[in-house]
Each structure stands twice: as structure tokens, then as C-alpha cells.
Design a protein around this ligand. Structure first.
Ligand code: SF4
Length: 971
């Protein structure tokens, strides 16, 4: 078995992974015990990496206008499109939108082509969406985008403050290091500052459920408190900083005392005082901040409000202390190193400094150099819609889903004259708009470096051949550059050569002038690059082993060499809630998914935890709005609408709702929450305000709810029918829930009276006509696995007035459904949905007119192939036992008897919903373990292993423990 050391492609923790490929091609992964970031640990996503190498969704060959072409034709099309746009409209008419998923070498080449050869700074990255505020805050305070500390500091701290971070779900391995540190050092204190009570609250000694957006008020208050209580590190402040007086004056204006801070933050004065006192009396403090700080319209100010407190106390650059930005993406920092943001130049050179621009131009031997910053992500897509950008090349990202005001992004893509998309996935919400599609090498196939949140470079190494005709991103960009006449500058034979050039540039005219310097690696041989061990920058001749911490000597990268205090006047979120949109929407991640599901959505293990889009809200808000747990709701803002399943939770702060960012039109009919999010950005960093959009939540009351389990994927659903926006497919919610597009009054009128005794309703009974003529088979049935697309399928479409979401399960695809339109005849409709014509199948069904209930199952050779359950309410049988039947070769008589009742026969077991993704442990086993004596999460871990790997499910295990214990007490 071949083993390869590589790096996880998900979050900014940057865990080391050992991938093994068996003789039959099966890939297994385990944590790399030698990687300093994780020391062998992996979270649920990292553990399931092998599941996400599914070839089914891959883009395998280049396409132009929907037709398969060879690489030369695709690359020629791009080069001539770029050349024509520049000739007619100038270099500003071409833009690249790239990604923190790219490797540093890919990023370097793309940035070099745009800024040095096309001559504009029209390149920005989706990292703008996660950490641009941290970058801007670092530059204002330190004069450089540099994270001062390292992960080890978390273990050496006495107080860890987490601000706007659900690390338990979003940076799980780092969170586990914190959990371990607290176990090893019980005196370690943890404070969590987050409006929501999240899984991370589990470890917090103090949770401040702060009013959304009030973080700068709190940290200004802390600065005032520290100064008033003589916690200033006078030696450090006097020798190494400037601007304290102005910062203190601003802090005193906004946050004069604890009472005012508590009032404005929506906290109790005792809570604020407890936090301030803890911070004041603890020398070793690490403040970890993440998207809750960054993704706001005053994110940069919040970052500086935090840094101010560390500067005042001199708690920076020493073991166990410092402000620490947790990066979202695996290579967000690598992108920053090469200048992947529109306002940066490569290697920490300054774009607005003519001398520094000249140095880079000279190094690249480039014909031009961008002289001013390009548009940041949100602005870039506005420029596309306005027609100022004619050619847009999108690499390794899905902006049609992930940018705020996603409807605007889709309009922009539709209008753009030439959209090029390099991706490893064929059908995304963005590839629909592509004129040119380029198959990029995926994780496991590509070779390069990434940099994690602690400035640590690690190698991603290839261990699989590229799928189809896929090529590395750097190769693709370089081939276009060659066709544009820049061959000499882009003639890199491999990723190692690009890395050497990147490293050499970092050392040019540096000598300590710029934080980023890896010139110590500039002469690595190909073998040296292949074997490169994880190392933290700077890496120079003087520091060949890398650098654990920065700023310990009090030297900063500002012109004066001193760190800047920044005077902060806190600002509320740009758009405030009002009577029309009374709730504050906060968006973020779920436990087991990554970005827009293009990878994790293909893993049954990772899909089990959250099977569809949801909106979490406080029961008090739900009561007022008439929204029920488990029902469907519409979330709307001034920018757009989305639909999701309601989850009621006391963890939500009243007045706020939370929705995950992951779902796209590829996985659901109307779940893209970024269609709702306001496109407001921080004026300095350009980072969008994903954490605060005023919204309204209303109940949806479809006439029927259902679910469908099928061994075959019933594609296409909705927009991903193979038709693209370019060849006539609608860009709206084709095939999506039409409940979505109708006003609530009509929906209420459409609900069947509870007394209705006839089910299904016949045409004419229902105010909405079922759109399909009887007998027409409405879902496209794909060929069995292994056959090519389009072979032998029957054209099918789910009706256009239907809510659907799809998730992968073991041996099956699972569809959650609801609709306003009632079919003329459920029996005919269900057969049409699930059976191909002339197919020999065994069909069993159950029909209860009075209860308005329909259930059916299709078996082939005794094996369950699919089943559908329909009710008039969202209360439906548990899917988990039914899903488990797809693993059986045949169903015995008791199982068949229980099948349509949805009830397991005596003696068989319903695993219940999955709790632990790492070891696939369901709720039933955990409840049984509790009943049989397990009294703690540790007991359950010892018995079932649940919670013993990444630990992200431990909070859920504890909730089950509490619930069962409570039930026992009542009994
Ligand atoms: S914490 Fe999980 S997702 Fe993040 S890098 Fe490590 S294994 Fe990957």
C-alpha cells in the first residue's frame, strides 16, 4: 500500500494527513502524527476525505459553449477572448476571481499573469469573504499581514478568549487541542464571546451572548478597564507602540464604564466585569477571533479593538499570548503571501508604492505592473454586471452561491461576455454560466503548498492520477499566458519551480523589511521540495528552521517600527432590523459540511448530520411568528429569499436567527441563504457583512410533506438538469419550490382543509393544477452506476411547485419533499417518479384517504430500490431505519410488513439519526448506552468510541445525556 503525506484541503487549521491507496484503488486517510498542526488528530471532515473522491461529480474534460473540446481549443478560446477584451476595452476589462482552495503555486501564477502581464489588479479571491478584515487589521496595527503567534500558544495560555468563533465545528482539531489543554491544565480559563450558544460553549467558563455587532464596544471597554486598573505594560507601550492616547480617548467615548458596555452589548454588568477582571489579571492571554469578527461591516475595527488590548498589556509575541486570527480556508494565508487580493502585490510588496511595484516588475521581467488596487470581490461582480468587466475567469470557487446578494452575482454572470470556470466539479451553480469550462486537478491529484493560520507552510502532495483530462490550475494559467505571448515568464516545468520563484521574490530587497520572507527555501531542489516538512515563515538564511512567533523583539513593520494603536469608534451593523425585517440573520457553517457541498455533499457520512438547509431560531420568536419546529419557513430580506427547515433552539439569542451557508441550487430548490444576505462590506477590508442581515421569517404551509429514498440518484432536480443558463436553462428557480415565489396569503388558501376526506384531490379540487399531464414521467432517471450520462434515462422532472433537497446516504440518495400542488393521482405519480417504463419491479403501496397519507416502495429481486412517504403534515416516519434497508440484499417478511408502516419489526434496530460522524454512531446506540449506565460523555466514548476522535459531537452527546437523565427522573 502506497502512503503519502499531504494536507487536509478544508479549514485553516491545516492538518497533516497520511493518504493510503490500496491495490483496488480505495483511498484511506488518517491523521499525520508528525504534523505539528494536528499531531495525528483529524476531525470528521478530515477523517472522511476518502469518501469525497467520488468521480461522479467531476468535470473531466474541457468544454466550450457546452461542447466537449480539446485543451488547445479551450485555451485558445480563452487567450483570444482576453486579447480581444484588452484590445477593445483595456486591461481592466478582464478579471480573475480565485480561491483559498488554490495551492500557493496556482495562486502565484494567476496573480503574476494578472498584475504583471495583463497589467491590472483585477484579481480577488474568495478569501476576501473570510479573513480580509484580519488582514487589514494586522496591517494597520503591525504594518504587515502577519499572525504573531502559533497554535502552541493556545496550550501555553492561562486564558483563551474566543470571539465570533464556533471553533468546535469550524476549526475542530484546534478546538480539540484546546480541550486537551484544559484537561491537562484545569486552571486554564476559556471565555466565549458569541451571540449564539454553540458547540464551543461546551468548553467555556464564561459565555457572553453579546448583541450582534457589539464586539468593538466590548473591547473598547476592556481597553478602558485595563488602563484604569493599571494593567498597561508601560515599558512595551512606550518603547514599541504609538497612538495610545487617541485609542483610549475613542474607547472612553464609546465604552466609558462597565454599565454602559453591558447595556450596549446586551449583557449583564457582572458578566462584563467578570471578563474584564479575568483578562486583566491573566498574563498569558490568547484571543482567537474568526468570522464573527471578520464578516461584518466594521470587521477591521473589531480586529484592531482586540489587538489594542494586547498591545496595551504587551501580551504579544511571547509564549501563551497574543491576538490570533483563525483562517477559514486551507490556503487563505498562502493567497495573501502571493498577493491574491486585489489590493496586494506579491510577497508583501505594497501595491501603492511605485518603488516596490518596480522591484516586482523587474523581478518578473513583466511588461507592465498594476498601478492601483482592483475591485474587491463584491465590487468585482458589480463591475461585471455593469459591463465594465467583459471577461471573468473563476477558479476553484462557486460565487453564485457563496457571495452575498447571490441573485446579483447570478445576474452579473449571465450578462458577462466571457465566463471561464476552472473547477473539478461539473455541475455547480457557477458552472451553469460558463462559456468555457476547464477541468482542474482535485485534492489528491495536485501538488503544491498551503499555509495555515499559524503561518505554517505544508505540502499538498498528489497520490492519485488526475481524473479524465484534469490539469493543475497553475498549468492551465501558464498555458493561457503562453498563448498571450508571455511564454518565457511562465515556462515553469513543475510546481517546485514556481515555489522557488515565489520564495526568491520574498527575499528580494527584504532583509527584515517585509514580514513574509521564505528566501531560505528559494534554492530547494525538486527532491527537497518533494520532501519539504511543515515550516513556519519567515524562513531565511538566519532562521532556516522557520519562526514560531513574531514581534517578540518589539519590532514591527510600520515605517516607525512601532505597533499602532488604532482609535476605534464602534459602528453598528449597516442595516438594522425594523418592523418589516425584525430578525438579524447570521450565517455560518454546520459541523460536517464544507462550503457549497461540492465535496462533503458526496459523502454519506458527512451528509448525515445536516441533511437539508435549516434556519435556527429561538422558540419565543417562533411562537410570535407562528413558525413550528420541523416545518418549512421562508427567510426573506430586501435582497432575496430562501426556504429552509425550522429548528427551534434556546441556543439562539432572541431576535437573531442562524442559517448555514452551504446549500446551493445543486442540492436544494431554494436553500441558498446568500441570496438573502446583504451585500454590505467593511469599507477598509471589503469583507461582506455575512453576520448581520435584517430578515423576516414566515411559515410555509405546503399541502403535503414527504420524503423519497432511492438507490439511484434522481437527477436532474431543479436547475442542474444538464441545461445551463447559457443554453436556455432558466436562471431562476426552475424546478424549485413555487411556494417560494408566492405570497403567504395564497399559500394559506392552498392548504387542504383538515376535514378533507378525499386524497389525492382530483384536478379541479386543488386550487393549483398539478402541472404534468397524467402518465408523463416527471423525473429524469439516470442510468445505473457505471453507465454514461444520458444513456437509457427517461425524462423526469419533479413538479415545479415542489420543495426538495437531496443528500447522500449510504447506498442511497435521500430527498426531502413538500409541495403545494397535489398530483391528480399519487399512485400514478409515484410510479412515474420511481419506475422506468417497462421496468420489472415489485411495487407495494399503502394509501389512507382519510389520513391523506400515501406510501410506496419499489423492490427489484427482493432488494429495496426506492420508497416514497407522503403526509399532510411534516410528521413522517423515521428515515434512518428505512435508509438502513438499502444495505440489505433482500427484505424478509417481517421487514416488508413493517416497511410501509415505517416501523422496524421486533428485534431489528433503528440506528436513529447520526450523532458521531467519525465512527458513525447513531442516537439509538447512545441512548441505549445511557440507559445501561453510561453517565458521561467519557463513558459513552469508552463504550461506543463516539466523541473520541474530533470531539465535535460531544456537546450533542451531552444533550442526549441530559435529556435521558431528565426523562428517567420524571419517570
Ligand atoms: S480541523 Fe478538520 S477540516 Fe480543518 S484541516 Fe483539520 S481535519 Fe481538515
Amino acid at each position: 500500500m502506497n502512503e503519502t503525506r499531504t494536507t487536509c484541503p478544508y479549514c485553516g487549521v491545516g492538518c497533516g494527513v497520511i493518504a493510503s491507496v490500496a491495490a483496488d484503488g480505495a483511498v484511506a486517510v488518517r491523521g499525520d502524527p508528525e504534523h505539528p498542526a494536528n499531531r495525528g488528530r483529524l476531525c470528521s471532515k478530515g477523517t472522511a476525505l476518502g469518501d469525497t473522491l467520488d468521480p461522479e461529480p467531476r468535470l473531466l474534460h474541457p468544454e466550450v459553449d457546452g461542447e466537449r473540446v480539446g485543451w488547445d481549443a479551450a485555451l485558445d478560446t480563452i487567450a483570444s477572448g482576453i486579447r480581444a477584451a484588452i484590445a477593445q476595452h483595456g486591461p481592466e476589462s478582464v478579471a480573475f476571481y480565485v480561491s483559498g482552495q488554490l495551492l500557493t503555486e496556482d495562486y502565484y501564477v494567476a496573480n503574476k499573469l494578472m498584475k504583471g502581464f495583463l497589467g491590472s489588479a483585477n484579481i480577488d479571491t474568495n478569501s476576501r469573504l473570510c479573513m480580509a478584515s484580519a488582514v487589514a487589521g494586522h496591517k494597520r496595527a503591525f504594518g504587515a499581514d502577519a499572525v504573531p503567534g502559533c497554535y502552541e500558544d493556545i496550550e501555553r495560555a492561562k486564558l483563551v478568549v474566543l470571539v465570533g468563533s464556533n471553533a468546535a465545528w469550524c476549526h475542530p482539531v484546534l478546538y480539540q487541542r484546546l480541550v486537551q489543554a484544559k484537561q491537562d491544565h484545569p486552571e486554564l480559563r476559556v471565555v466565549l464571546i458569541d451571540p449564539r450558544r454553540t458547540a464551543t460553549t461546551e468548553i467555556a467558563d464564561l459565555h457572553l451572548s453579546i448583541r450582534p455587532g457589539a464586539d468593538a464596544i466590548l473591547f473598547n471597554g476592556l481597553l478602558v478597564h485595563l488602563a484604569a486598573h493599571d494593567e498597561t505594560h508601560a515599558l512595551f507601550v512606550n518603547a514599541h507602540t504609538e497612538g495610545l492616547d487617541a485609542a483610549l480617548a475613542a474607547a472612553r467615548a464609546s465604552s466609558p464604564d462597565i454599565e454602559r458596555v453591558a447595556r450596549d452589548c446586551g449583557l449583564e454588568p457582572e458578566q462584563v466585569e467578570a471578563f474584564f477582571d479575568l483578562f486583566a489579571r491573566t498574563e498569558r492571554v490568547v484571543t482567537l477571533f474568526s468570522q464573527g469578527v471578520n464578516q461584518t461591516s466594521s470587521g477591521t475595527d473589531k480586529v484592531n479593538a482586540i489587538i489594542n488590548c494586547h498591545l496595551l498589556t504587551g501580551r504579544i509575541g511571547r509564549p501563551g499570548m497574543g491576538p490570533f486570527s483563525l483562517t477559514g480556508q486551507p490556503n487563505a494565508m498562502g493567497g495573501r503571501e502571493v498577493g491574491g487580493l486585489a489590493n496586494q502585490l506579491a510577497a508583501h510588496f505594497e501595491l501603492d508604492d511605485p518603488e516596490q511595484r518596480a522591484v516586482v516588475q523587474d523581478f518578473w521581467k513583466a511588461p507592465a505592473i498594476a498601478a492601483r488596487a482592483g475591485p474587491k470581490a463584491v465590487e468585482m461582480f458589480r463591475a461585471v454586471e455593469q459591463g465594465r468587466i467583459k471577461v471573468l475567469w473563476i477558479m476553484a470557487t462557486n460565487p453564485a452561491v457563496s457571495l452575498p446578494d447571490a441573485g446579483q452575482v447570478q445576474r452579473a454572470l449571465e450578462k458577462c461576455e466571457l465566463v471561464i470556470v476552472s473547477d473539478c466539479v461539473r455541475h455547480t451553480d457557477t458552472t451553469r454560466y460558463a462559456h468555457v469550462l476547464l477541468p482542474a486537478a482535485a485534492w489528491g491529484e495536485k501538488d503544491g503548498t498551503v499555509t495555515n493560520s499559524e503561518r505554517r507552510l505544508s505540502r499538498q502532495r498528489a497520490f492519485l492520477p488526475p481524473a479524465g483530462e484534469a490539469r493543475p490550475d497553475w498549468w492551465i494559467v501558464a498555458e493561457v499566458a503562453k498563448r498571450l505571448g508571455y511564454g518565457a515568464a511562465f515556462d515553469h516545468p513543475n510546481a517546485a519551480a514556481i515555489f522557488r520563484e515565489h520564495a526568491a521574490l520574498s527575499g528580494v530587497a527584504n532583509d527584515g523589511a517585509r514580514a513574509f520572507d521564505i528566501s531560505g527555501l528559494a534554492t530547494l531542489s525538486d527532491d527537497g521540495y518533494a520532501e519539504l516538512a511543515p515550516i513556519q515563515w519567515p524562513v531565511t538564511a538566519g532562521q532556516p528552521q522557520g519562526t514560531l512567533r513574531l514581534f517578540g523583539d518589539g519590532a514591527f513593520f510600520t515605517p516607525s517600527g512601532r505597533a499602532n494603536f488604532v482609535a476605534i469608534t464602534p459602528r453598528p451593523p449597516t442595516h438594522v432590523t425594523d418592523t418589516q425585517y425584525p430578525l438579524a440573520l447570521n450565517t455560518g457553517r454546520t459541523r460536517d459540511h464544507w462550503h457549497t457541498l461540492t465535496r462533503t455533499g458526496y459523502s454519506a457520512r458527512l451528509s448525515a448530520h445536516s441533511i437539508e438547509p435549516y434556519v435556527e431560531m429561538h422558540p419565543d420568536d417562533a411562537r410570535v411568528l407562528g413558525v413550528n419546529d420541523g416545518a418549512l419557513a421562508r427567510i426573506s430580506s430586501r435582497w432575496g429569499k430562501s426556504s429552509a427547515r425550522v429548528r427551534l433552539s434556546e441556543s439562539q439569542r432572541p431576535g437573531s436567527v442562524f442559517a448555514p451557508m452551504h446549500w446551493s441550487d445543486a442540492f436544494t430548490s431554494a436553500g441558498c441563504i446568500d441570496a438573502v444576505v446583504n451585500p454590505v462590506t467593511d469599507p477598509i477590508s471589503g469583507e461582506p457583512e455575512f453576520k448581520h442581515t435584517p430578515v423576516r421569517v414566515e411559515p410555509l404551509q405546503p399541502a403535503w410533506y414527504g420524503f423519497l429514498l432511492s438507490r439511484r440518484k434522481l437527477t436532474p432536480f431543479g436547475r442542474h438538469s444538464g441545461a445551463t443558463a447559457r443554453d436556455g436553462g432558466s436562471t431562476g428557480n426552475a424546478g424549485a419550490i413555487s411556494i417560494e415565489s408566492r405570497n403567504p396569503e395564497n399559500i394559506l388558501n392552498d392548504v387542504i382543509p383538515a376535514s378533507a376526506s378525499q386524497f389525492p384531490l382530483h384536478r379541479g379540487d386543488c386550487p393549483i393544477q398539478f402541472p404534468l399531464p397524467q402518465g408523463e414521467c416527471p423525473i429524469q432517471s439516470p442510468p445505473p452506476q457505471g453507465e454514461g450520462e444520458g444513456g437509457g434515462g427517461v425524462k423526469r422532472e419533479i413538479d415545479s411547485d415542489t420543495y426538495w433537497s437531496v443528500s447522500r446516504g449510504p447506498n442511497l440518495w435521500r430527498y426531502e419533499l413538500a409541495g403545494n400542488d397535489l398530483p391528480q393521482d399519487w399512485a400514478t405519480t409515484a410510479r412515474a417518479l420511481l419506475c422506468a417504463p417497462d421496468e420489472k419491479v415489485e411495487w407495494i403501496e399503502y394509501f389512507d384517504k382519510a389520513a391523506r397519507r400515501y406510501r410506496a416502495a419499489r423492490l427489484a429481486n427482493g432488494k429495496l430500490e426506492s420508497c416514497i412517504f407522503v403526509e399532510s403534515s411534516p410528521v413522517l416516519p423515521n428515515r434512518d431505519w428505512l435508509a438502513g434497508l438499502f444495505a440489505l440484499d433482500s427484505l424478509d417478511t417481517p421487514t416488508r410488513t413493517g416497511l410501509l408502516a415505517g416501523i422496524p419489526p421486533k428485534g431489528s434496530r433503528d440506528t436513529g439519526r447520526q450523532v458521531c460522524a467519525c465512527f458513525d454512531v447513531g442516537e439509538t446506540a447512545i441512548i441505549e448506552a445511557i440507559h445501561s449506565g453510561c453517565a458521561s460523555a467519557a463513558d459513552i466514548g469508552a463504550r461506543l468510541k463516539a466523541g473520541t476522535n474530533c470531539g465535535s459531537c460531544v456537546p450533542e452527546i451531552k444533550i442526549l445525556l441530559a435529556a435521558v437523565t431528565q426523562t428517567k427522573k420524571i419517570a
